[in-house]
Design a protein around this ligand. Structure first.
Ligand code: ADP
Ligand code: GN1
Ligand code: MG
Length: 343
């Protein structure tokens, strides 16, 4: 979305920041409009305009963000700090000294990511009632994501179906597998927990000492711990960014998986047997599911994820399916890593 500087200035003034000297686009999130704000005092902020096409119930979203941030603060867990919140606009304190990245370049960072999200899930495990709102219903319901892909392919709004026939058959040959987690959740074997639901690597910020702060709290809601672990595997073990077009550069890295799983399992002592038994599968599923979502958005005409160039979602879909294949070939090895960590 194009947002003029004058609008940003007036929003900032209305929300109590009177001395802004700069507000520039920031980060590489796919959903919201994010700006880094510099002030004459030197204090910096993150200003965000929430994507109202995706987040339909803004009061519910604000409630979630406020509840989660204040609950974590009450426990002494460092989190986002809300400075002001007004409809689709909100201001957070800028996390000084912390950095987010799109690709992990040292296994120790994967370990930090695993520890951070395990700590996050742990800290929220006793969030008192009421249940958090379902901010985006069926967010990790893979069969429903496949249904949306089928609809987009049938509608073929942009005439792009023929060029993605190979990807559609890649998906078709894996449909049965893709329903496994949803079935285990429906049967109750995998419990509902308060989880983050969007644990990609740039949604955690890490400082020089390896201390991590979990950000992007818009999808914190009831879900499966495995969706979180899966998305960590998808993004923290990947050798390249999720939009790398040279697929020879895209694969999962064993030593990063080992470090990530070690960090996560050190903190996530609460997992039951079915959860522990599906950790490796969850990594594949999260990767496949996001690939399905990118492909759906490509077919529908790029209406959901931010894109930087025509065909960006197609590049992402091909990248994620390559990553899924890499995880398929590493599955046995990764099961061995998990077995060893749990023994
Ligand atoms: P989106 O939902 O679009 O992904 P995010 O909330 O993840 O938006 O923010 C986008 C990026 O902005 C993050 O990946 C991070 O780099 C940066 N960011 C977000 N909040 C902060 C903050 N409080 N301090 C510093 N950087 C932040
Ligand atoms: C989006 O908001 P961001 O960029 O952190 C998306 C995730 C996807 C991810 C893929 C609310 O995450 O579900 O996994 O892109 N967030 C939403 O990169 O749909
Ligand atoms: Mg984000």
């Amino acid at each position: 979305m194009n947002i003029a500087r004058e609008e940003l200035d007036s929003v900032l003034k209305r929300m109590g920041i009177l001395d802004a000297v700069d507000a520039a686009r920031y980060g590489s999130g796919h959903i919201n409009d994010t700006f880094k704000v510099e002030t004459a005092r030197g204090t910096r902020y993150i200003l965000q305009r929430v994507n109202t096409g995706i987040f339909k119930d803004l009061p519910a979203l604000e409630r979630t963000v406020r509840r989660v941030t204040s609950f974590l603060a009450g426990k002494g867990v460092k989190s986002l700090e809300v400075v002001a919140y007004e409809g689709p606009w909100r201001i957070y304190k800028f996390l000084e000294g912390y950095a987010s990245r799109d690709v992990v370049d040292d296994p120790s960072q994967a370990y930090d990511v695993g520890r951070a999200f395990a700590g996050f899930q742990n800290a929220l495990s006793d969030l008192p009632p009421p249940r958090l709102d379902d901010i985006i219903p069926k967010f990790h319901d893979t069969p429903d994501r496949l249904r949306q892909l089928d609809e987009a392919a049938a509608a073929d709004a942009k005439g792009r179906r023929a060029e993605v026939a190979d990807l559609l058959s890649f998906v078709d040959s894996r449909r049965a597998e893709a329903g496994r987690l949803a079935a285990l959740v429906a049967s109750g074997e995998i419990p509902e927990r308060v989880v983050h639901n969007d644990t990609k690597i740039n949604n955690v910020m890490i400082d020089a000492r390896g201390e991590a702060v979990v950000i992007d709290l818009d999808t914190v809601m009831a879900g499966s711990a495995l969706s979180d672990f899966g998305d960590m595997v998808r993004t923290s073990t990947a050798s390249a960014a999720e939009d790398e077009a040279d697929l020879s550069k895209v694969f999962s890295r064993r030593e990063y998986f080992a470090a990530l799983a070690r960090g996560y399992l050190e903190g996530a002592k609460f997992l039951n047997k079915a959860e522990r038994g599906n950790l490796v599968f969850a990594g594949w599923l999260a990767t496949f599911e996001v690939g399905v979502r990118f492909l759906t958005d490509h077919l529908a005409g790029d209406t959901y994820f931010h894109t930087a160039y025509p065909g960006h979602n197609l590049v992402r879909a091909r990248n994620q399916f390559k990553m899924a294949e890499s995880l398929e070939s590493l599955r046995g090895e990764y099961e061995g890593v998990v077995r060893e960590l749990l023994s």
